[in-house]
Design a binder for this molecule. Structure first.
Ligand code: OGA
Ligand code: NI
Length: 373
């Protein structure tokens, strides 16, 4: 009895240690990763069939969308590539987006500076409440994850910006200014890309549409939700045993990701994991669950994950965009007809957050739960 109690207490104190994050764990100078971070072998395999990855797939690249061309005379051609990318990959990279390179470098730098702050400073923003507008946390969904992933994160809710800014960390001193600029630049880019996505679905020309046509929904996005997640994946002594993020899909309409020069992101494509080669001065954009639902399944919210490495801390900034928090997301009536019946139930943001707060393995289960049989 006494022994069992001692063991239990040891576990509990370790548990609470893990909630302090991976950076904190690394500061203790470990050479092996604790069991808590070791994923089952099937989650770490190179592809879903359990075979080794073939050379052909390692080199496969994501479709590239030239934003400048999209805004110019080649728009209709680029819209076709965009639609193909959203149908076949659920992912694309955006180049020539017009955001100054220095601004992107500043954003990555300030994210790194935040994660380099002493633990006592970062700890001020720690919260177990997934609804909290600003939250320093770890793993994926740390209240319910059985296995913890090798990631610390700072979540910044961006809308409405002037109301949220006072809650953002006051240190490093540049953080609020740099991250606010980034959030505005990304919001603009998102609105332009979302406009193109709607047009590619055949919706944007319906300017007089009264229900959920392109024009109206684009207006809703202007006041829609935006959450920025600064991700930190520290160097890992046993990178093959764990994951920076397990396989998941994103919940919103589109995620716009800025990553530093270290590799890590993998996208599931035709049963194989493709490593995304970071393209300098570009963004990785992906379709989220809400866009899959809105497009009635035409555009795909695809599973992706993050690998970690032994030598380099990796930082990324993901901006997740959707409709206002309480809006109902449902298949566009224009995309539902007899030949293509409605495939998803209504959903909203709140139900998603509640769902991930209580589920362990996320995978595609939220989206699955919204499917009509
Ligand atoms: C995410 C995500 C990928 C990365 O934040 O949802 O998938 O490379 N991030 O950090
Ligand atoms: Ni993601």
């Amino acid at each position: 009895m006494g022994l069992a109690y001692e063991t239990k207490r040891e576990d509990d104190s370790l548990e609470s240690q893990y909630h302090k994050g991976v950076l904190h764990l690394c500061e203790t100078g470990i050479t092996k990763i604790p069991n808590k971070y070791i994923f089952p072998i099937e989650d770490r395999l190179r592809n879903t069939l359990g075979e080794e990855q073939t050379a052909e797939c390692v080199g496969l690249e994501l479709p590239v969308i030239d934003f400048a061309e999209l805004q110019g005379s080649k728009r209709s051609q680029v819209l076709k590539s965009l639609s193909k990318a959203c149908e076949e990959y659920g992912f694309f990279q955006v180049i020539n987006h017009g955001i100054p390179h220095d601004d992107l470098a500043n954003m990555i730098d300030v994210a790194k500076e935040f994660f380099e702050l002493p633990f006592e400073e970062r700890e001020k923003y720690m919260s177990l409440d997934l609804h909290s507008p600003v939250r320093y946390g770890t793993s994926f969904s740390q209240n319910s994850d059985k296995t913890f992933c090798w990631r610390d994160l700072l979540k910044l809710t961006c809308h409405p910006l002037s109301d949220m800014l006072p809650f953002w960390p006051s240190s490093p001193v540049k953080l609020r200014q740099v991250a606010a600029l980034h959030s505005k630049q990304i919001k603009f880019l998102f609105l332009m890309i979302m406009g193109a996505v709607l047009e590619s679905l055949g919706l944007a020309s319906s300017s007089t549409c009264e229900d959920d046509g392109g024009e109206k929904i684009l207006k809703q996005f202007e006041g829609g939700s935006q959450v920025m997640v600064l991700n930190c994946y520290p160097q890992c002594p046993e990178p093959d045993l764990t994951l920076g993020m397990p396989s998941h899909s994103d919940y919103g309409f589109l995620t716009v990701l800025l990553q530093d020069e270290a590799e890590g992101l993998q996208v599931l494509h035709q049963g194989k994991w493709i490593t995304v080669k970071p393209l300098s001065n570009s963004f990785v954009v992906n379709v989220g669950d809400h866009l899959e639902i809105f497009s009635n399944g035409r555009y795909k919210s695809v599973l992706h994950r993050v690998l970690v490495n032994p030598s380099k801390l990796r930082v990324s900034v993901a901006s997740l965009h959707s409709l206002p928090f309480d809006a109902i997301v449902r298949p566009s009536t224009k995309l539902v007809n007899e030949a293509n019946p409605r495939r998803y139930k209504d959903t909203d943001f709140g139900s998603f957050v509640d769902y991930i707060s209580t589920c362990d393995s996320k995978e595609k289960s939220f989206l699955e739960s919204r499917k009509l049989s």
